[in-house]
Every structure is written in C-alpha cells, then in structure tokens.
Write a protein that binds this ligand. Structure first.
Ligand code: B12
Length: 312
C-alpha cells in the first residue's frame, strides 16, 4: 500500500497533485460511497485531511485504484482486490482476460493503465511524453504491436462501457496519432526502397491502423505516401499508379462498410497496374477478392513486409 497512507492526518497546505474524494472517484471510475466504505472497512484509501476536515488524496493512488476496480469488474471480491499487491492484481486481470503476458508479466498492463489514467484527466503533455519514452525503451515496432494496439483496444472497451467519454477517446486518439506520425514521417523522408500508398476509403475516418502500418513500413525502409481517411477511389488510383509504388494498402475497422469496401477493392484492383500489390488491412470479415491480400493483424503485417519488395 502507498507510503503516503501513514501520514494521513497531516494538514495539507496546497492541492498540488492532490484531489478531492469526488475527483479521485471520477479519475478511477469508482463511486464516492465505495471509497468511503473501503476506508471504513479496509483502511484504504486513507485520505489526508485539510484543516476543514475535507478528504484529500494523492493522484498517485489512481493507477492502483483503477487496477482494483478492474479486478472487481472481472468478478473478484473487494476484500481480495483492495488488499492485493500490484503483482496479484495484474495476475488476476491477465488470468481473467485469458491473455498471455509478454515480457515481464503485467508490465504492459501497468503501463497502459497509467496511460488511461492520464487520458481520464486529459493529461496530454504527460501522455505524449510517456508514449515517447515507451517508444524509446521498446523501439517503434514493438511499441506498435505490444502497446499501441492493446492501449487503443482498452480505450475502445472503456468507451463502449461508458467508463470513458467520446471526449477522452478523441483526445487519446489525437495524441497517439501525433506520436505515431512523428515516428514515421521523418523516416519516410529517407527511404531505402519503394513507395507504399496508405489510405482508407470514403466514409472511413479511422486512421490509427494506417499510422501503425506506416511505422512498420518506414522502419522496414519503405517510403509512405499517406492519403489517410476518406479517400475517393479515383485519388487512390492516381497515387497508386505513380512510378515506384510497390503497394497500395487500404485500412478497415469493425465499423467500416464492408459491402462497398469489397466493391471498391475490386474496382481498385481492376484500375491499378497489375504489378502493384493491393492489401486490405484489418480484422474484418471482408469478402475474398481476387488479387487482394487480406491481412488481419499488425503482427501478420510485420511478417508480411519482407515479401513486399526488396529494400536493402
Ligand atoms: C480511435 C477510434 C475512433 C476515432 C478515430 C480517429 C482516428 N484518427 O483514427 C474516431 C473518433 C474518428 C472514431 C469514429 C467512429 N467510431 Co471508432 N473507434 C476508435 C477506437 C477507440 C480505436 C480504433 C483504432 O484505430 N484502433 C487501432 C487499430 C490498429 O486497432 P483495431 O481497429 O483493433 O485493428 C486491429 C486489426 O483490425 C488490424 N488493423 C487495423 N487497421 C489495419 C490496417 C492495416 C494496414 C493492417 C495490416 C491491419 C490493421 O490491426 C489491429 C490489431 O492487430 C475503436 C475501439 C477499438 N477497440 O478498436 C473504436 C471503434 C472502431 N469505433 C467504433 C464506432 C462505432 C465509431 C463511430 C461509428 C462512432 C460514431 N457513432 O460516430 C465513428 C465512425 C466514423 C467513421 N465514419 O469512420 C466502434 C466500431 C463498432 C462496430 N463493431 O461497428 C469501435 C470498435 C468502438 C466500440 N467498441 O464501439 N473512432
């Protein structure tokens, strides 16, 4: 448990890094009443008290309380979750999700939980800094595969369940997009190989998968021509038939219109030079289309890259 608990009756001078019980409850997705109950029953989280008697909590409690809430959401008892160590909480979440941990058990989970805490408080600068540090530590490809994908997945789950709002989701995706493009854009200026065009079809606004693909492509030496979201078919054909283009890659997500998607893929294939590889990326039930390679995951995409044309 946190060391700050020992001096809980200290009268605090300022609010720097401290929040009210309501603020803490909002930041970790718990009810105010729950926090009061746990304080009575388990002695955690124990607040500092202001002169007025109001409770004040350090923000550093948020990641641990968020893990506790998640463990309880998976059906574990509060008596276990509140007194468990961080490792026990992480293990409980991993086993409940049935997910295989990578590297040191729970490390990605804790890191992602920390980022989600920053998303809840719209901590843009700190979130960006932490994502960049993670890239520095893991390298860009591993960051994409082992952090960015599960982070956005968790963000989507929390958005779907109402634990995070549209504002949080927009905010987080803008930060991720900025960080990813700041990795791949400079690399794309010094290509060692052919060009690859990336886009999604008209009506499709999800582009983070394309940015992740751009990171993997530029790390492998390709030059990326990024057309992004909402691209009309004729523009894709124009860019895709330019010289030096090895491939055109179209991204799909669960909400994409797959019927028009399949039609447009067929039209794109028919209009592209036969030498251009055409890839449909995304874990969606796309109809098979001759001459189109469907790649469902980022990990599979990374394995596919060496076949995409020689880059020294
Ligand atoms: C960020 C986001 C947005 C942002 C996008 C911002 C941006 N710049 O991209 C904005 C706010 C625009 C948005 C809008 C909407 N969204 Co949205 N969004 C998301 C979120 C949180 C992340 C999506 C994402 O980019 N993930 C990163 C990618 C890489 O992960 P992934 O999609 O799981 O992809 C995996 C594979 O498919 C594959 N892959 C994906 N793309 C590619 C590309 C290539 C080349 C390759 C090889 C592989 C590949 O790799 C990934 C893992 O290996 C998801 C939640 C989620 N869990 O996915 C919802 C989600 C996709 N959105 C959803 C919805 C409903 C919408 C809206 C319709 C909401 C609305 N009512 O307006 C609109 C649609 C707008 C439109 N016309 O396209 C739903 C779709 C549900 C469904 N089954 O239909 C989701 C799943 C959220 C949810 N759980 O409800 N969204």
């Amino acid at each position: 448990m946190s060391a700050t608990q020992s001096d809980h009756d200290e009268v605090l001078e300022g609010d720097n890094g401290f929040v009210s019980i309501g603020g803490l409850a909002r930041a970790c997705g718990l009810a105010v009443e729950t926090l009061r109950n746990w304080e009575r029953r388990y002695g955690f989280p124990m607040p500092h008290r202001r002169g007025s008697g109001h409770r004040r909590y350090p923000m550093s409690l948020v990641p641990r309380l968020s893990l506790i809430r998640e463990v309880i959401d998976f059906g574990f008892k509060p008596s276990f979750a509140v007194s468990a160590t961080e490792d026990e909480l992480v293990t409980a979440i991993i086993s409940a999700r049935g997910a295989a941990p990578r590297g040191r058990a729970g490390e990605p989970l804790l890191e992602i939980e920390d980022w989600l805490t920053l998303v809840r408080s719209f901590g843009g600068a700190s979130l960006e800094l932490k994502l960049r540090r993670s890239i520095g530590r893991l390298g860009a490809s591993r960051f994409v595969l082992e952090r960015a994908v599960p982070f956005l997945d968790e963000l989507g789950r929390k958005w779907e369940s109402g634990a995070l709002t549209v504002a949080h989701e927009h905010f987080a995706s803008a930060v991720v997009e900025n960080v990813l493009s700041s990795v791949w854009r400079p690399l794309s200026l010094r290509p060692r190989g052919s060009r690859v065009v990336l886009a999604s079809f008209e009506g499709e606004l999800h582009t983070l998968g394309l940015h992740m693909a751009a990171v993997l492509l530029t790390m492998a030496g390709f030059e990326v021509v990024f057309l992004g979201a909402n691209t009309p078919l004729e523009d894709l054909l124009l860019a895709g038939n330019e010289p030096q283009v090895a491939a055109v890659i179209v991204g799909f997500v669960k909400s994409s219109n797959l019927e028009t998607g399949a039609e447009r893929l067929a039209a794109l294939r028919a209009g592209l030079e036969p030498t251009r590889t055409l890839v449909a990326g995304g874990d969606v039930p796309l109809l098979e289309c001759s001459g189109v390679i469907h790649i469902k995951t980022m990990a599979a995409f990374e394995s596919f890259l060496p076949t995409l044309g020689e880059v020294d």
